[in-house]
Design a protein around this ligand. Structure first.
Ligand code: SP5
Ligand code: ZN
Length: 347
């Protein structure tokens, strides 16, 4: 398991949900709870991340987005756009006619320009956000290094999560797409076929977008049907990729309160798709525990014990695997859920 303490400084305090400010669901305690649970089992080693620099990030994300995230907080403090205690959440979004022709607000001052890059009102930016997002990428790439170095399994305790972040968009609690960055990095290190299996409750719209026209990176996702669940505008079963990427994007939407029997059947289907592509690089798993029966923002019905079965199904692929932490908001259970998954995986 790989982690970095830098995530602790990303604490957005509030998100706007259903028109109301509510305490952030995506809190530092999510990761500290997993660390604590795994530390109690002597079989898991906790390793620090190593610095991998900027190149793997700009290989996936627009440099405009990266630069905006890097500088927006200090700009906002200097211009008085924040009192230093309130997080940045855009109030004006670039959509519809204004966005025509690829207009991205060149010349618009930060932080107003965030509205050209932001998906939702639930992804606040504070002083420590950029550092945390950079560190989460390093955590993910360090876990990939361990697997390339011969480990069968490595678990990247990424925070903030990543799978909603697209090439030029942040949101859904995500800033840089940790899983996509690992996938792209594997390709650049010589892999011909990489697979990302996404079992977060939500559809990974960012990962789907980044590899939409690519045949060298398979994206397979199990998630709540976007007809009722965030991110609403992507994740339908008929989204299959385009151009060379057609057939390399698979969405498996799930109904309300899906339990382990139906979930396991869907996961077996997803695993069969991975085997068909037969990746020549470590399997990347976007791992969310927001499929849990008591998750506060979700509506599937997996129990703590069920995660052992989920882990064992993925382990039966017998592939070296990099686990990338995505969502999961039931903080009192997330540690036990992670332990259950790992015990089922046999790692
Ligand atoms: C990484 C990840 O899991 N991101 C999730 C972002 C979800 N954003 C808020 C979704 C709005 C949910 N409305 C739920 C109503 C709950 N009663
Ligand atoms: Zn999620």
């Amino acid at each position: 398991m790989v982690a970095s303490p830098a995530h602790l400084a990303h604490d957005g305090l509030i998100e706007v949900m259903g028109g109301r400010p509510v305490p952030c669901f995506e809190k530092p305690e999510r990761i500290t709870a997993i660390e604590r649970a795994l530390a109690e089992e002597s079989s898991y080693r906790l390793l620090p991340s190593t610095v991998h620099g900027m190149q793997p990030i700009t290989a996936v994300h627009d440099s405009d987005l990266v630069e905006l995230l890097e500088h927006v907080w200090t700009d906002a403090v200097m211009s008085g756009a924040t009192d230093g205690a309130s997080p940045l959440i855009p109030d004006t979004f670039l959509v519809g006619p204004l966005a025509a022709g690829g207009y991205r607000g060149a010349g618009t001052a930060r932080p107003a320009r965030l509205g050209a890059y932001c998906l939702d009102t639930a992804t606040p930016i504070v002083a420590g956000t950029y550092g945390a997002a950079r560190a989460a990428v390093d955590v993910a790439l360090t876990a990939a290094d361990l697997v390339l170095g011969g480990e069968q399994l490595a678990y990247a305790l990424c925070r903030p999560p990543g799978h909603h972040a697209a090439r030029a968009m942040y949101g859904g609690y995500c800033f840089f797409n940790n899983a996509a960055i690992v996938a792209e990095d594997l390709v650049r290190r010589g892999a011909g076929r990489v697979a990302i299996l996404d079992i977060d409750y939500h559809h990974g719209n960012g990962t789907q977008q980044i590899f939409w026209e690519r045949s060298d990176v398979l994206y397979v996702s199990l998630h709540a049907d976007p007809a009722r669940a965030f991110p609403y505008f992507s994740g339908h079963a008929d989204e299959a990729g385009a151009g060379a990427g057609e057939g390399f994007n698979h969405n498996i939407p799930l109904g309300v309160r899906t339990g382990i029997e139906d979930y396991a059947a869907a996961l077996e289907r997803a695993c069969a798709i991975v085997n068909e592509v037969d990746p020549d690089a470590p399997l990347i798993v976007s791992l969310g525990f927001d499929t849990f029966e008591r998750d506060p923002i979700a509506d599937l019905a997996l129990s703590t014990e069920d995660y052992a079965r989920v882990g064992s199904i993925i382990a039966s692929l017998s592939r070296p695997t990099v686990l990338i932490q995505e969502g999961g908001y039931a903080i009192d259970a997330i540690g036990a859920n992670a332990l259950s998954f790992l015990s089922g995986f046999g790692g």
